[in-house]
Design a protein around this ligand. Sequence first.
Ligand code: HEC
Ligand code: HEC
Ligand code: HEC
Ligand code: HEC
Ligand code: HEC
Ligand code: HEC
Ligand code: HEC
Ligand code: HEC
Length: 468
Amino acid sequence: MAEEIKIKENKIRALIFLVLLALIGIGSASASQCTDCHTSITPMIVEDFQSGAMSDNIDCSNCHGSNHNSADTVDKVEFPTHQTCGACHAAQDSQYMDGKHSIAWAALFAPPTTTDQPKELMEGQKGCGGCHKIGAKDSTGWEDYHYGIVGCDNCHTRHSFSVEEARRPEACLPCHQGFDHAQWEMYSTSKHGVIYQIEGDKWNWTTQLDKAGSSYTAPTCQLCHMKDGDHAVLTSWGFLGVRVEEPDNEWMEDRVSVLKSYGVFDADGNPTARFDLVKDAKLARLTMDEWNAPREEMISTCSECHSEEFAKNSLAEGDHIIRECDRIYADSIETVAALYRDGVLPEPEYIDELPSYPYTDVLRFYDQATPIELDLWHMMMEYRMRAFQSTFHANPDYTQWYGWAPLKETAVRIKAEDERLRAEVETSGNTGPSESTASSPGLGMLFSVVSFVILSIILRRRREQNPR
Ligand code: HEC
Ligand code: HEC
Ligand code: HEC
Ligand code: HEC
Ligand code: HEC
Ligand code: HEC
Ligand code: HEC
Ligand code: HEC
């Protein structure tokens, strides 16, 4: 009996399918050609596309062209760019181009060592490029790596290109996670994210954010960062957590050290060539007005649920944490720079690529010459990031134990390493790289190094004699 019903159901399904195919065939000859063949070649892709809103109106060839129609012409397949989508979705495309996501390829190639990495990690999308492919590309110049061009399909994944999927906070997860930008971990274990996990099933996912928002009992990433569906994502502090104008003078002093470690200022505090890159790739807000605009918008979003006072306070506390982190980080930056200046560390081979020598360029990431510089990089890229990003994402555990605590621990390690290196130079009688003349320390410098070492030995002895 059940068997019979199943057979009947299958027959009806097949009939409907045939009628549908015929209808599509009447509508457009090329449509049936692509889907006909691809129903057996890539059945899941056809099914996925047909489950989405666009299949009623457009066809495979709208995005892939019509020059390929058999196994022999696969090299004639075209791939869409954001402009292909933009031809029908101009508003979303121009918002996307105004925001940070479209610049992600430019940001990726801004650090000096990215061209030294295996190409698979970049254009092959197995590492950095796997996330930065949200950036805008045009169709030229990528012959070896022609996938990963469109940007838009990172949130509206192919081939359903669903808007509901893009409204879910998990849509941001593949990229906004992990080592240096753990926004997913911070959000999903914060009060906001936990309420989403408990109550999210009851929220309205089919309606646009500006209307559906009232069914949300806690915010999503999209509610805070894509207000009213605006695709132009941008925050006040950004990833690097620096702004160029700074009303707080003491903080500015530390900020200058931070900007030297990013290679944005040279050793004397003047802008380097990288400063222009910061402007072009919007890596930092240049004026307080630029910084205030997204902040005010954010406060108005928080105020949909909280008091404005609560929201302002909460965000200002986040700002203060950046200042506190900068105090500690700046000290360590100066400690390492002094090691180069005093010739305790030999000039690195790549000195010509360092825009701020004797300052370490932390944007070289893990490609540093010495362990003490790796520590410095961890302070910036891992602990400072986590400490401040988590304050904005309401996650006290991240702030305290994954940010602030290891930041301070690393500062201690850097100090100890500084003392050890200086003592080593002293005992070996080697006062720096003898082959280098250009930056060899003068007698005065030598004297101060020697007296520093003697002082630290005396201090250490005294500490050993008086263990607490
Ligand atoms: C007669 C069969 C046939 C027809 C008709 C056909 N294709 Fe294909 N298509 C193929 C085969 C075979 C491949 C290679 C599949 C593979 O690599 O596994 C392919 C691959 C593709 C790819 C992937 C290319 C890549 O580099 O990854 C796209 C996109 C594509 N076809 C789109 C289309 C579109 C659009 C049409 C209609 C204009 C179409 N196809 C018509 C057989 C066909
Ligand atoms: C030839 C025109 C055309 C092109 C090209 C096009 N779209 Fe669409 N798109 C449409 C139409 C028509 C709809 C249906 C609109 C509706 O139902 O209101 C749509 C709907 C959508 C939706 C809403 C889906 C939903 O679940 O409601 C998204 C998201 C989308 N498109 C993304 C894209 C992306 C990304 C690209 C490029 C990879 C793209 N579109 C290319 C015409 C196009
Ligand atoms: C897991 C995904 C992922 C990987 C892998 C990844 N990034 Fe990113 N990257 C991001 C995200 C997300 C941001 C934005 C983070 C933020 O604003 O908090 C970002 C930001 C950046 C920025 C700063 C842009 C700005 O506007 O301040 C640079 C530069 C960068 N990445 C370079 C790289 C390099 C180089 C690599 C490889 C060594 C890499 N990224 C690997 C996801 C990734
Ligand atoms: C709205 C634009 C759009 C439409 C319509 C579209 N595709 Fe695609 N397709 C894409 C994008 C974007 C990619 C990813 C390319 C990349 O990685 O850069 C892609 C990739 C592919 C690939 C190779 C990647 C893979 O996962 O195997 C195949 C095969 C493919 N499409 C087949 C089809 C078929 C068949 C249809 C029609 C049923 C279709 N596409 C309709 C945008 C589209
Ligand atoms: C309650 C609102 C809210 C939610 C929910 C939220 N964010 Fe944020 N996000 C903020 C605020 C506030 C900032 C800091 C803005 C500033 O610089 O003033 C921020 C900053 C960011 C930044 C810049 C770097 C940083 O972390 O400071 C990125 C990237 C980001 N959020 C991504 C996400 C992602 C992805 C999610 C979801 C997993 C998410 N956010 C959830 C409010 C939110
Ligand atoms: C960072 C994730 C993300 C990216 C990247 C993205 N979108 Fe969206 N998109 C969304 C979200 C979230 C919504 C829902 C907005 C709302 O509900 O108001 C949306 C909505 C849409 C809609 C439906 C608008 C409507 O009112 O129904 C279209 C069409 C669309 N996007 C096209 C695009 C195109 C084209 C691109 C690339 C230029 C793109 N999106 C890139 C997240 C994204
Ligand atoms: C495919 C990876 C990817 C996905 C998915 C993704 N992002 Fe991003 N996002 C990035 C990268 C890479 C950057 C840094 C781009 C740059 O600075 O040039 C970034 C930057 C941002 C920024 C700007 C931070 C700043 O510097 O001011 C915000 C906000 C943001 N993303 C929010 C989101 C939200 C919300 C979602 C989900 C709806 C999302 N992103 C989905 C990769 C992604
Ligand atoms: C859609 C509503 C909504 C939005 C928008 C929203 N929140 Fe919340 N938030 C809540 C709810 C609900 C709670 C849990 C109950 C409570 O503590 O008030 C919460 C809790 C918090 C907490 C933890 C308080 C505690 O007692 O543990 C902080 C901090 C917070 N929100 C900050 C913000 C900030 C800052 C913004 C804007 C960037 C924001 N929220 C936007 C709904 C929202």
